[in-house]
Design a binder for this molecule. Sequence first.
Ligand SMILES: [Cu+2]
Length: 539
Amino acid sequence: MAGVLRTEIMGSMATPQEPPRRAILRWGLTGALGIILPACSAALASMRPRTNRPVAPAPSRDPMAGLFRTPLPVPSVLRPVSTDGGADRYEITQSVGKQQFRPGVDTEIWGYDGAFPGPTIVARRGRPVIVRHTNNLPAPTVVHLHGGIVPADADGYPVDVLLPAGAPPDAVLAEHAKHGVAGIATGSRDYRYPNDQPAATLWYHDHRMGFTGPQVYRGLAGFYLLRDDAEDNLPLPRGDRDVPLMIADRTFTADGSLFYPWQDPTQRTQGVTVQYHHSGMIGDTITVNGAAWPVLEVKAALYRLRFLNASNARVYQLVLEPAPAGGSPFVQIGSDAGLLPKPVRYDTFAISPGERYDMLVDFSRYLPGTRVLLKNTLGDGSAGYVMLFEVTEQVRDDARVPDVLGPVPAPPPRTEGTADRRFSFMIGPEGVRGPPMVNFETFSVSRIDARPVFGATEIWDLNADPTHPVHLHGAHFRILTRNGRPPEPQDAGWKDTVFLPTGGMRVAVTFSGHRGRYLFHCHNLEHGDAGMMANLDIQ
Ligand SMILES: [Cu+2]
């Protein structure tokens, strides 16, 4: 029976999408020629976004012309089906959908309730949420609440698959599931989230073993906003001035389909073509909330912009152009897992896959009528543009930047001496298909790589060659050193994802959530799928 399920349920999928180069739709300024580079290039060893060499010089007069044509969609907030019994219950159906990333072009996606991003869940600290997911997709799925401190059986361990109703038994999945946490479910599965943690911008996304990259890329991602009283008591922007921004790069084929570099044209086995093995899937089109290069009209007022990098592999360095009078337009109030102790101001900031930056931007520092570009200085050509804000009018605004935000306990001051554990993230040196590894091993569901003690705070030294965005499940951490030096201001809060620099980091991890098996892995999704993951057993 091995492989039968995947053969049958994947058989109804679209035909393989790897297009000839000329068939890739030229929505951007660079076009497609830059996206497939020779596999032997030394640049493949770099995690930096692929430099898409422009095929024509970028227009010098008005680079915005034609690019920013779609109003920014804001995902709808999901209504609970029940609020009885001490928990809010939600239902989500994972299904194939169609949507327009660009006006007039239909693209098939896989989405939560058929949409990308999926519906936003707004949760309250201390109030549990139960989400019943039903799988109507032609493939197994797994749901992970990224940043949530949840019981291990609700964390979306990669082999705890949810099969579509009617899927036949599969020996390979059954064998994998023996090493899982929650086992296999068919049709529907309930995920229970206690929400026993501070207000933060979380997100939920697919985490299926070996297929997380393609399944998130197809659209299985949504916001999960956790609120609490402490945050409510701050004079922060609310309502339509509290805007989640899910940034994700994609490449489209000539017929508007999503391009993904499957190694196996039948899409039954995991893995990407050798050109994308080291870089991960880097797209040439930047989307925000499911629209390519969108436009948001903003009042001349303070806004809360919750930046999430939901890209498979691309790192962004974001700037606003023009900068407002007085400079430093970004005021960070929160990081992955909650508010910072106090606001931090930036001219520019980097965000790697999986990270969140909770920012205030005061558009009253611009004159009404100003068009403000959000640019990515790491991207070439059209990948250098993210979205456009159009400042409309001055309004009454009660929101302001607080002087003090949330209490974050000081981390243990152990910056000298030996760490409790060390983790290295690297791709093996065996040529273009060297295996992505943690501590020189590729992932195995049947091997425990670390056994932290529940309740402990451990000091970890993390190293990467060259750089990787790493994400910890089941616990949050604080940054003690960066490149061997003191942390930077944005490192002050609780983190669950961090872009490891080549000089490494020392972090303090606190295991105060739940006992059980959790992952620690690279959030370059193609690296994770290929084995750059480790198992923690917290006991
Ligand atoms: Cu990686």
